[in-house]
Every structure is written in structure tokens, then in C-alpha cells.
Design a protein around this ligand. Structure first.
Ligand code: ADP
Length: 267
């Protein structure tokens, strides 16, 4: 069986200006953007309507048939609170997405120590990993690795990737986060650092790889929902990596697991 890999080479470049041909392209691009926006609004509406419908249904039942049923009340309130939490996560991720999109062309200002940042992401996620029976391991993070970056945004990138590795990983197995060096990226001569998040979970079939960073794209909608996913995590990752002029590489083999590698320029 062969492993599959996709590289998101997402560099923001200047758009060619002027000329009749370009204005023709501009129009089609406008149409495409309009279509994407309509799809996005339809998706958001659908994602919000699902938990709302469930909530309204349970409220009706609690006001009517189950009015005096203490057991049902207990159970339904549990479900209702999970649905409300789902909506909260969705709104939180939508706000994040809108923020990272609007900042995509702004150069990150801060200086971040990647090793320390990863260590603290793992500390935050350790309780969740323990609950899932997954062990988190960090390698190559003994020395500080300084780079120009937005600390909150990079935290979000690795939080999302490690959380996915735990969610879609296999209990009893390791999730490894490794810091390494890579050849310089085009346009950034100062070398590059890579962070690979590897799980030994179910893996992803090749045909899905190029679409994973689309908003609301899920390989298995039911499983994602069950795990509390919003379908926006990797879209957020993509925009942040883009802002940092980095690259996202996804390798996966069905049944063996997946590796999500973020490569960031050092200079
Ligand atoms: P979600 O909130 O659904 O997890 P993401 O944008 O983070 O949304 O991921 C999109 C989809 O990619 C997921 O629904 C899942 O199908 C797939 N996916 C992401 N990470 C992994 C992984 N480590 N292993 C297997 N599938 C994954």
C-alpha cells in the first residue's frame, strides 16, 4: 500500500494588474467569490439549524409529553447542553476564521519560541488525550527555536492539529509532535523549521487530501460531529500558515495514520 501526500503551497502573491484579459479574469474571479460566499452562508445556516432544530424539539417535548418525567428531563437536558455547546464552538470557530482571513495579508509582528509554544499546547491537551487513551510525545523540542510569528495564531494551528490527531487517533497509540529542520522555502532564504504532528489513527483516503482545508469539508460527517468537530479547524490552520508564509503538508495512509506537517520560514 502506498502512502499519499498533498502539499498546500499557499503563497500569497501580487495579482497581475491591468489589461483587457485581466479584467475578464477579474469578472470570473468575482463570480467565483460570489458563489463561494453563497455556499458558505448556506453551509453556516445548515450547521446552525441542525442543533437549533434539536433544541426546539426537546423543549417542545419537555413542555408537553415529558413534562412530568424526571428521567427524560435529565436525559434531554444533557443532550440540549451538548447541542448548545456545539453551537458555541461553531460560533467561536466562525469568528476565528473571519479574524484570520482578515489578517492574512498582515505580517506577523511577534517573536515566538516554537519549542515552548508546542510544550504548552501539549500541556493544555494532555487531559483530553488521557481521556481518549492517547499518549502525547514531543521530540526535538529541547532547544528554543525563535521565529517571527503571531503566538496566539500559531498556538491555534498546533492546538487544532494535535486535537485532530487525538480525536481521530487510536486509543493506546502515540501522537508524536516532532520539531525538525527543512530546506529554505522559496522567498525566505533563512532556512525553515518543520513541526510534524503524527497519529496512528484511521488515516485518510487519498481522494480527500486536497479538500481537507475547505471550510466544512469532512471525510465522515457523522464521526466529526460525534467528536465535537465544526469542520473549520483545518481551514483556520490553512489561513494562519499562509499568513506566516509557510506550508502545510498532509501525508496519510488508510489504516496507518496521518502526518500533518507545518513548515515555517526562519528568516
Ligand atoms: P473537524 O472539526 O471536523 O475535525 P477539521 O477542519 O479539523 O474539522 O478537519 C476536517 C476533516 O478532516 C475532519 O472532519 C476529518 O474527517 C479529517 N481529519 C482531520 N484530521 C484528521 C486526522 N488526524 N486523521 C484522520 N482524519 C482527519
Amino acid at each position: 500500500p502506498s502512502a499519499h501526500e498533498v502539499v498546500y503551497d499557499i503563497t500569497v502573491g501580487p495579482t497581475p494588474g491591468g489589461g483587457a484579459l485581466c479584467s475578464f479574469f477579474d469578472v470570473t474571479e468575482q463570480e467565483l467569490i460570489g458563489q463561494l460566499r453563497r455556499d458558505f452562508v448556506a453551509n453556516v445556516s445548515h450547521e446552525l439549524r441542525t442543533p437549533l432544530t434539536a433544541l426546539l424539539g426537546f423543549i417542545e417535548t419537555l413542555q408537553g409529553p415529558a413534562k412530568n418525567d424526571a428521567n427524560a428531563r435529565e436525559r434531554f437536558l444533557g443532550i440540549m447542553s451538548r447541542e448548545a455547546e456545539r453551537m458555541t464552538r461553531l460560533v467561536r470557530d466562525l469568528l476565528s476564521l473571519s479574524r484570520v482571513e482578515s489578517q492574512e495579508r498582515m505580517r506577523p509582528e511577534g517573536v515566538v519560541d516554537l519549542s515552548g509554544l508546542l510544550a504548552s499546547v501539549l500541556t493544555t491537551l494532555r487531559p483530553m488525550a488521557e481521556q481518549a487513551g492517547v499518549t502525547l510525545e514531543l521530540t526535538g523540542g529541547s532547544a528554543p527555536v525563535k521565529l517571527r510569528a503571531d503566538a496566539d495564531q500559531l498556538t491555534q494551528v498546533f492546538h487544532n492539529l494535535v486535537e485532530n490527531a487525538v480525536k481521530y487517533g487510536t486509543p493506546g497509540k502515540l501522537v508524536t509532535v516532532s520539531i525538525g529542520r527543512e530546506a529554505a522555502l522559496p522567498g525566505s532564504p533563512g532556512g525553515a523549521v518543520s513541526v510534524a504532528v503524527r497519529d496512528r489513527g484511521e488515516g485518510i483516503e487519498a481522494q480527500h487530501l486536497p479538500r481537507l482545508t475547505e471550510r466544512f469539508y469532512r471525510v465522515d460527517t457523522h464521526r466529526s460531529r460525534e467528536k465535537g468537530g465544526t469542520g473549520l479547524g483545518l481551514a483556520i490552520v490553512k489561513h494562519i500558515v499562509n499568513r506566516h508564509r509557510g506550508r502545510l503538508r498532509i501525508e496519510s495512509e488508510k489504516g496507518q495514520g496521518s502526518t500533518f506537517t507545518v513548515v515555517l520560514p526562519l528568516g
